[in-house]
Design a protein around this ligand. Sequence first.
Ligand SMILES: Nc1nc2c(ncn2[C@@H]2O[C@H](COP(=O)(O)OP(=O)(O)O)[C@@H](O)[C@H]2O)c(=O)[nH]1
Ligand SMILES: [Mg+2]
Length: 1051
Amino acid sequence: MSYRQVTAGRERLDLLHVLQLSPQSKTPDTVLEWTELHIDSAGIDNLPDSIDRCKNVKELNAASNRLSSLPQSISKLPHLTVLYLSNNAFTTFPIALCDLTNLEVVDLHNNQLSDIPVDITRMKGLRLFWLNNNAFTTIPIALCDLTNLEVLYLSYNQLSDIPVDITRMKGLRIFWLHNNAFTTFPIALCDLTNLEELYLSDNQLSDIPVDITRMKGLRIFWLHNNAFTTFPIALCGLTKLEVLRLDNNKLSDIPVDITRMKGLRIFWLNNNAFTTFPIALCDLTNLEVVDLDNNQLSDIPVDITRMKGLRIFWLHNNAFTTFPIALCGLTNLVMLHLDNNQLSYIPVDISRLTKLERLIMAGNNITHLPPQIRNMGSLTDIDVKGNPLVQPPIHTADRGLDAVKRYFEALADTKAIQSSRVQINFLGETEAGKTSISRTLQLGQSTLTTKADRTRVVEQGTWESDQDIAFNINDFGGHDVYKIGHPIFISTRGLVFITFNLSKYDPEKEGHFQLHIGAWIDKVQAQMPGIQIALLGTHLDEVATPHAVTKCSSITRQLEDHASEKKRWYQAQKETCENKIKEIPEAQASLRQAYQSKAAHLQTLYGQIKPIYEHIFTVSSKTLKGVQELRDYLLSFARTSAEVLPEMWVEAAKNICTKKIEGPENTLGWEVIDDLILQNAPTSWKEKHTQEEKKKTICDILSFLAHRGDIIWFDKSPSLMKVVFHKQEVIVNVLKAVLTHDQGEVSQKLQKSMKITRRKTPKIEEDIFNRGIVSKQAMSCLCEPFKLSTTEIDVMTEMMLKLELCYQVQEDESLPSNTSFHFPWLLTEERQPELNTKWPSKVPPDTRQLTLQVLFPYKCPDGLYEKFSVRQHKHLGLMKTMRMDWKDGVYAELEGCKMQLTRGENPDPVSQDPDWVISIAVRGSHLSDMWRVLMRGHHDLLDIIKEDWPGLSYDKYLVCPHCVREDSEHQPPSTTNQNPEVPAKRKRYCQKTPTLFPGEILDQTSRTASKPRQVPCVNTGVSIPADLVYPPHLAMSWQEGKHNTYLSVLL
Ligand SMILES: Nc1nc2c(ncn2[C@@H]2O[C@H](COP(=O)(O)OP(=O)(O)O)[C@@H](O)[C@H]2O)c(=O)[nH]1
Ligand SMILES: [Mg+2]
């Protein structure tokens, strides 16, 4: 007999089924070797009778199936000690278990049990018993005779009392009873004198009897989420208690008697009604952790310094307006949470907290951190997010404590300067007057462009108003290249002017507002919802003043309509979510939560949108009328965004920005940067710091400048970080050269190039324009006119890969020059007809199809599909053969599945603006593999939206696999459609719409308490297996939240 650990998985079920068919056969040795059998989530209704062949199995996991009974044969597994049966469909206790006297652990949570038979008393070995999430209304008396039971889970039932018989359970140490229906304390518990942990949270208790003091051994007691309005004084007799949770009650005071609880180490009092600090706590000198989050405290008495043992203190979300200075006397503090208060400063005395490791101050009103922070040796983490910091700049603080310390060191050695350099971005249609106003601002005199000036894609300039206030100006010409996203070029801290020609603007003309203003606002807000946008009308000299006024007030009205339409859209979406939440049954808590987070997300999205600046600026670059007003606004904007910077940072920024205009370099390499930045550093600072520290400071400064929009620099990639793009134009030109759809232009470049022969040109061209493939060689030809070095070209390509504009394919490993780059942007070919054999329109008989559709109202954001297509490549590896691309789609084979991604318009005969859809369809025969592929695609797409289009609105649906099959089988379709899930817009044009399930199903993070077995396909009226709509999920975990994490650390 082997004693090895042998785990058998789901795939071994087949073997058991074979054995079941021939009961006389000999048991194979492999089966005898198994010590663990994992057949959870296997979709079975019964365990095979042949289970008794697994003679040596000690652990059997059959959780998450559809079991409602067990075969008698299971009682013939003499070694079975651990049995998992949670998430099944038991309504009565499987009696066969009662003969398994060696069973030690039985998990039956998430079933529908309401009673336990007396035979259970035969299970003498039982130590751990999970019965939570069942349907018990009383405690089955039979349980009380399990005298060896140590841990019993009965939470999430409907218990309201406990029989005295419970006292027979002398062995019980841990008793879980939270989320039941107790309104009075079950007094019988008081005689369980061996109990060490008692969990009674989430009931409706309001008092505790004195008898509780008989529970001499109690160490952990949970009473949160009950109905206590006064502190239950009887608790004070529990002198051995170490952990007490009374959070989420309505306490406002604590009696002095509490000082008897000498053993108390961890005390949760968060979410109560304290308005003054409960001073009695100050004498609990053994307390290590106190949680007073979410109360209304505004002060802390000096007496607190007596709490010498206090290490972790939570005071999040209270009403502090000044920093409670008494805290600075708690010299043993390791962690202090004061986030979400209204503090405006951190006192210098904070440095007395020499053991402090984490200081959490997010969401206050702090503008300056004390420089003494750099002397706090134990501090490893400071969180100051969401504060209006100017010292140090927010971005520097975001880089972490070390960066903050380096900043303060630089401040110690050089002068502090209130400095501001604002990025101004002019966007708008061509000929709007962008270049003229940009140059007029820089030169301080009227500068009108001529035709010849209008070829450049971006023009940069700087304007220094005084020593400490400067502007970087970006004047963007209209070109598709910007579709890949202004965010690379525009800093969220900058200003965007949507520029339009006021003299040509016609308020009466249909669509004028949308074309010249509205569409630009939508685009900028979808990508950078927090940025400040203002409107700028040019050519003021050509408009009579009264006309200008009328036009502006018309625009103001349109702006209001535009904003309220957006608001209505968000509200409607939120209401839809809220209505859905109401409809979802209690049991599907997790789906409900998915909708709740969607509603919350919509709320945040809406909240993030910064209103357009209320005044519309009007200027003339010819007469300078209105220019002064514009300048004044720019200066005041700059002043309010000024930050305290060490002089050497300011000098570094100046040196680099000068290079934009003056230097011949396309990019700046590390040596140049090193010199530009350290040139003005004081000698004292240089002498103090090692090469490594200097490098880190340089990175801090570059990162700050990149964030502010002075330069483009990717600090996350080791190869890219060696190069600073200080001239946007260089990047833009290269992108434009590579991404252009102008075949003539490309041909010309290729023909001029010395690097390739005439014969090769047509092939290269065909590759680019039909297949979207740019070889390494073609890439360098296209870049030739810009006189870039090889390193610069490599860095640019690296950047395009990083921005996921393309993916790299190396056809021959031994030939790196054979590398090519695939740009979905460039594809013009339609779907190849030969794909129909791999992916026929009709779903093949032995195959199923899962489909996710993500719908975008009116427009598919530029570049979203392309980036998504590129991102899929990382799952496919370098093997190009697994993938076929066309203009609006990808077909790929991976992990035993076939996948087709497509982008398309949903034709809508009624509306001018049809919805756009990106769909992910997966075909295969193994559902779990198919779900994995689909879920991953879903994640990728959502991640891209989150990264690049945080303000984008979309909707998503899972298309019923049954309908997909039906649809492909029965053509032409029927016309009846009663589907409530189908958005109105879709109903109009779909002759037969498949049932759509909410895509939010995919957002559920934990297992639903009771996942349905069947779901109705509304359109056809049939029930389909839930596995086709609900992906298999991770096991539900009841332990969530910060407290449990720290609990496990501290206990
Ligand atoms: N009269 C007048 N002409 C202007 C003004 N601003 C620009 N222009 C002219 O309008 C045309 C387009 O201007 P430009 O700055 O190149 O527009 P851009 O394409 O948006 O950069 C040029 O012919 C300019 O000379 C202005 O304020 N008044
Ligand atoms: Mg221009």
